[in-house]
Design a protein around this ligand. Sequence first.
Ligand SMILES: NC(=O)c1ccc[n+]([C@@H]2O[C@H](COP(=O)([O-])OP(=O)(O)OC[C@H]3O[C@@H](n4cnc5c(N)ncnc54)[C@H](O)[C@@H]3O)[C@@H](O)[C@H]2O)c1
Ligand SMILES: [Zn+2]
Ligand SMILES: [Zn+2]
Length: 339
Amino acid sequence: MKYIVCEQPGQFRLGEKEPPVAREGEVLVDIKRIGICGTDLHAFKGNQPFFTYPRILGHELSGVVNTVNSISATVKEGDRVVVVPYVNCGECLPCRNNKPNCCAKLKVLGVHTDGGMQEQISVPAELLIPVNDLSLDEAAIIEPLAIGAHALFRAKILDKETIVVIGCGPIGLGIMKLAQVLGNKVIAIDVNADRLAYARESIGIEYTINALEDPLEQVKDLTNGDLATAVFDATGNKTAMESGVQYLAHGGQYILVGLFKGDLQFNHPFIHAREASILCSRNATFTDFHQVIDVLYEKNFPVDSYITHRAPFDRMIDHFNGWLEPENGVIKAMVTLGD
Ligand SMILES: NC(=O)c1ccc[n+]([C@@H]2O[C@H](COP(=O)([O-])OP(=O)(O)OC[C@H]3O[C@@H](n4cnc5c(N)ncnc54)[C@H](O)[C@@H]3O)[C@@H](O)[C@H]2O)c1
Ligand SMILES: [Zn+2]
Ligand SMILES: [Zn+2]
């Protein structure tokens, strides 16, 4: 079977190898879609410090079950499935406390171990969710959207809140749309006018603010001076992350979804007076996956607008460099195998 390996930063290779065999407890899946995300782009560029090479990337995966070798599997041959790429240990304290998304020994397929840029992959049966009523494209965007669902879960956002989401990348857009579907008023902030326009026009986010144009005043105007009950950072940018607290109402919550690899600073009296809750949100749980699946079943997410670029598996290497260029307007690039 064919596979694509990232040999070292800047170098992919399309190769052939023996297909995997489903061991006891595993299910062999024919991969059909591989969503590309920031992690893959960073791994390719070589600025993902914990990455080791060679590595088969790909953690946003959908496919069709080929062979089941597990008596406890909830999927059967021919089922369309989404792969949950988080392999937790099941034994550490967070796993025992029902927080497997931040397992102390977490391994993510396509990040810490080989992922889905291959025609077939064999995975533990419990990592698969059947999604026969979703398209393969829909199934492949469940993972990045589940990151947003988890962030909303962390903040216990229900409905009728006014929230600010900073960062209109694939992660921020997911948070925004899911919050909007739940019935909240969503204010999007970014420094990139094209992405703000995309959030408005393609994703349907009503209120957008350019962070370079007095954003605090604009958030005040949109909230009758109350500010936001929850602010989400989906930038990973130090300046944005440190200034995000300014949009918080007293008693509000600040949820850090973006990842900045360094120290952040907040003025303590400022966050103390607000009794601010500052939370991090990492990965997602099965509950978050199921929440996204429900939203997709209801056709409440603009899947076609979210997937901006596509390439067949055999031609991915030619397209990948273009997906790194901001001027190409990539939100979600999708690699396809078969129909
Ligand atoms: N919590 C998790 O488990 C998880 C999972 C996946 C990704 N992430 C992180 O989420 C973040 C977002 O991911 P993405 O793929 O959407 O990234 P992205 O780079 O595509 O989007 C980030 C957006 O933030 C905007 N931005 C940058 N600086 C800004 C500033 N100062 N003010 C306002 N906006 C600014 C950019 O213009 C861009 O549109 C990254 O840090 C990523 O590592 C976290
Ligand atoms: Zn991803
Ligand atoms: Zn664990």
